[in-house]
Design a protein around this ligand. Structure first.
Ligand code: TEU
Length: 559
């Protein structure tokens, strides 16, 4: 891997600060809490932390609604605390990647307060303002038919000036107008200040949405579901950002752009190093396969579809570009509940998906708690939930569409974002060792059995399995850079693939099902298994390999 950027052999760990560790006992996680867990993260072996937003915010969307890009929200600490965290992480060889949320600000950001104050304010054009639609058609005054991602229209009328502003997300998250060069320069200057402070990069929230298809904004447009708002000028913006922020700066910073709705062809353009846009993106195709009409409409997992989709990303970005690898984050259900069996085979299925993901080519992201196999939660009442997306969806579905509360709650159980946001389970004590106060979102009752202390003390440990995977990536160029080849793409329960580099080949063989996979294994897999050396697995070794046990996953090195 000599010459390749550091992140090609690295693993990133996502911290959701609100839910990670609470040092001051107010029930909300904080920077001091994260600092207290740096030794834990160093033991796990991760190379970088991505911190979900810690900037001052009214917290309508847990910090993705920022009112000051230059400071730390008092609920998390202050800039001095931040500098300490940065220094102590970097001392341990752990880099810090910040969340950059610049598609929108909070409606309490001074930029927006100025912008909305009058039609002639110098910052009026920093956001998307439109006059009410004159026709009395179905839009009923709305400038276009876009719906927001958090239910309801993407436009809200502001009384002060009688115009609508655009918000792809919550009413409290007005979209910045990147067509205005002043907006772009203000963002670049802010990014430069964080880099000067010493941070190692940015995860860029819905960054492809900063460029809007202006003809859709102003046209008799389809709803947002039918078409991605991303405009073609996105490439110009990202190249301009690169030149203004990263070019000429010493050190290698990591940039990962979150990009809903993009294809592999888009991704090649975004991540081609020669184009200087971003290092990698978070794509959404593989986490949309089990969603029906909307994201709360959960469908059963179709394994061939999932592995073919991920293989398609592996293939299309093999020569140019780079993949990120993730199966969950703060917006997605827990992977062991969604793709595995979080009851009877929790250890086996958590480690199977870990092996399958970490052995692909790209940079793996671990979401906090994934490394101990944390699961989804099922609160009995919608009153126990905090996520704005789930709450808005519930209200709309029950009150406007007359759906039964039980069926809507079932969707939230399966797909809601609070599944990922319950506090980190450190031990079996009443608040799971997360806080001495009352947690802002209740801990998952299963923390008495599923927690860091229990996992690490156990004979089988998800944490130790992740440690092994991280070590393998650090030490083996074939894991970081090898070519990917999917075997048996149509098989309903076998997930098998090879990685090869410079004459060395690794083989992953996994049975992603509760049922055993009876011998003989498909010929393509059986043939390469002969004489293979077992490197890592989640079941005791068997020799010769006969039928695969439930959720059995093994990594082999081929002779
Ligand atoms: O998410 C963008 C996004 O499109 C989705 O993942 C979103 O969370 C939603 O579930 C769509 O149905 C990013 C952040 O990751 C998310 O936490 C924020 O709420 C959102 O942007 C707005 O900033």
């Amino acid at each position: 891997t000599r010459g390749a950027p550091w992140w090609t052999s690295a693993v990133v760990y996502q911290v959701y600060p609100r839910s990670f560790a609470d040092a001051d006992g107010d029930g909300i996680g904080d920077l001091a809490g994260i600092r207290g867990k740096l030794d834990y993260l160093a033991e796990l072996g991760v190379d970088a932390l991505w911190l979900s937003p810690v900037y001052p915010s009214p917290q309508h969307d847990n910090g993705y609604d920022i009112k000051d890009y230059e400071d730390i929200d008092p609920v998390f600490g202050d800039l001095a605390q931040f500098d300490l965290l940065l220094a102590e992480a970097q001392e341990r060889g752990i880099r810090i990647v910040m969340d950059l949320v610049v598609n929108h600000t909070s409606d309490e950001h001074p930029w927006f307060l100025e912008s909305k104050s009058s039609l002639t304010n110098p910052k009026r054009d920093w956001y998307w303002w439109r006059t009410p639609n004159a026709s009395n058609g179905p839009l009923n005054g709305l400038p276009n038919a876009w719906g927001s991602f958090f239910s309801g229209p993407a436009w809200t009328l502001d009384e002060t000036t009688g115009e609508y502003y655009l918000h792809l997300f919550a009413v409290q998250q007005p979209d910045l107008n990147w067509e205005n060069p002043e907006v772009r320069q203000a963002v670049y200057a802010m990014m430069n200040r964080w880099l000067d402070r010493g941070v190692d990069g940015f995860r860029m929230d819905v960054i492809n949405f900063i460029a809007k298809r202006v003809e859709l904004v102003d046209g008799p447009s389809p709803s947002l579901d039918a078409s991605c708002p991303m405009g073609p000028q996105i490439h110009d913006y990202l190249q301009e950002m690169h030149a203004a922020v990263f070019a000429g700066r010493p050190g290698e910073h990591l940039t990962v752009g979150e990009m809903p709705g993009v294809t592999t062809a888009d991704a090649v353009l975004f991540t081609d190093p020669a184009r200087h846009e971003v290092d990698m993106i978070f794509q959404f195709e593989h986490v949309s396969l089990d969603q029906g009409a909307n994201k709360f409409d959960a469908l059963p997992l179709n394994l061939p579809a999932l592995k073919q989709n991920l293989a398609h990303w592996q293939r299309d970005l093999a020569d140019t570009g780079w993949n990120s690898l993730y199966l969950n984050n703060h917006d997605q259900p827990r992977l062991v509940s969604r793709f595995g069996n979080d009851a009877e085979y929790r250890y086996e299925s958590a480690t199977l998906w870990a092996l399958v993901l970490h052995l692909q080519r790209g940079t793996p992201y671990i979401y906090q708690g994934e490394e101990i196999g944390m699961t989804n939660v099922r609160f009995d009442s919608i009153a126990d939930y905090r996520d704005i997306e789930s709450l808005n969806h519930y209200r709309e579905a029950v009150e406007e569409f007359d759906r039964s509360p039980a069926s809507v709650l079932a969707g939230v159980h399966a797909m809601g974002r609070d599944n990922a946001r319950t506090p980190m389970q450190w031990d079996a004590s009443p608040n799971a060792g997360f806080s001495t106060g009352t947690p802002w979102l209740a801990v998952n009752p299963n923390h008495t059995g599923i927690n860091v202390a229990a996992d690490r003390a156990g004979e089988r440990s998800v944490f130790r399995f992740y440690q092994e995977l991280i070590r393998l990536r650090h030490e083996n160029p074939v894991v970081a850079l090898g070519d990917f080849g999917l075997l048996e793409p149509d098989h309903e329960q076998l997930y098998a693939f090879t990685r090869s580099l410079a004459g060395e080949t690794l083989l992953v063989v996994a049975n992603a099902a509760d049922a055993p996979l009876a011998a003989p294994l498909p010929a393509a897999v059986a043939a390469v298994l002969t004489n293979a050396e077992r490197v890592l697995g989640n079941h005791p070794p068997q020799s010769p390999v006969a039928s695969l046990r439930p959720w059995e996953a093994t990594l082999y090195r081929l002779p």
